[in-house]
Write a protein that binds this ligand. Structure first.
Ligand SMILES: NC(=O)c1ccc[n+]([C@@H]2O[C@H](COP(=O)([O-])OP(=O)(O)OC[C@H]3O[C@@H](n4cnc5c(N)ncnc54)[C@H](O)[C@@H]3O)[C@@H](O)[C@H]2O)c1
Length: 262
């Protein structure tokens, strides 16, 4: 069967673990070349070594750099390095993100700054570093990993959902600005996913097992997503299988956000 991402050269952030690492595996399987970015240098090196395992047939298709996406200069440098190592970037997956959760009136300026620096400005830094070459080449694809928090609010998680709403705004805005240049800009909104971030969230409660059970009970199917299930959607959105889809956000939440509690 033809590889669905043959010819894609993808700049992928937050690739060292969780959803990002699952996306890396899925994109490699589908024939893409990848440039992986994460601020955790040690974990990134380990993940790159795993992805270079002989059975994954990846030699020559993986480059990487440790960088903080909120640092514009570091991302400009990483994009130049990406282009030199795997060729001009024609796809960006903005996956890196952080939880900053609290009560609005107890949150600090620093909380607000961190939430927006990583979850919004970080994605914008990667987009603006990649867009000139994409436009010059006649097009490209950008995918932002948003969240159900881009639509609805869980009280006590401020300002994370404010930033995730803004990431959706960035998605729509860039989609319209660059539609005439052949660049598609879309988002995926995962619900809860089995990652370290979700474990940390459960562990922040006095009774983590009860918190986990409560999360499962919210879901019509009684379970949350695996990172691989989000990666499957990412492959579809970044591929050429959906050429007229732009400014869209695909919900991948097991029905969570459609359920009305009676
Ligand atoms: N896990 C979930 O339930 C869930 C649900 C909806 C949306 N999301 C979103 O999916 C994305 C990935 O989440 P995850 O659960 O896999 O997270 P994770 O914490 O497991 O992994 C995130 C990775 O991003 C890296 N990272 C964080 N900040 C960075 C920065 N400033 N620069 C470079 N790298 C950075 C981390 O080092 C880490 O390796 C995030 O944007 C998150 O908001 C997650």
């Amino acid at each position: 069967m033809a590889e669905r991402l043959a010819g894609k050269r993808i700049f992928l952030t937050g690739a060292a673990q969780g959803i990002g690492l699952a996306i890396a595996h899925a994109c490699l399987r589908e024939g893409a070349a990848l440039f992986l970015v994460d601020r955790d240098a040690a974990l990134l090196a380990q993940s790159v070594a795993d992805l270079n395992a002989p059975d994954l047939n990846a030699p020559g298709r993986i480059g990487s750099a440790s960088a903080d996406i909120s640092d514009r200069a570091a991302i400009e440098a990483a994009m130049a390095q990406a282009s030199a190592s795997i060729g001009p970037i024609n796809a960006v997956i903005n996956n890196a993100g952080i939880n900053v959760f609290g009560a609005p009136l107890e949150s600090s300026d620093d909380d607000w700054q961190r939430a927006f620096d990583v979850n919004v400005k970080g994605a914008w830094n990667c987009c603006r570093a990649a867009l000139p070459a994409m436009i010059a080449a006649g097009g490209g694809a950008i995918l932002n990993i948003a969240s159900t928090h881009s639509f609805t609010i869980i009280p006590g998680t401020f300002p994370y959902p404010v930033a995730k709403h803004a990431l959706l705004g960035l998605t729509k805005s860039l989609a319209l600005e660059f539609a005439g240049k052949g660049v598609r800009v879309n988002a995926i909104a995962p619900g809860y996913v089995q990652t370290q971030k979700t474990l940390d969230w459960w562990n922040s409660f006095p009774d983590p097992a009860a918190a986990r059970a409560a999360t499962m009970a919210l879901h019509p199917g009684g379970r949350i997503a695996t990172p691989e299930e989000i990666a499957m959607a990412a492959v579809f959105m970044i591929s050429d299988e959906t050429p007229f889809m732009t400014a869209a956000c695909l919900m991948v939440d097991g029905g969570l956000s459609t359920l009305q509690h009676g």
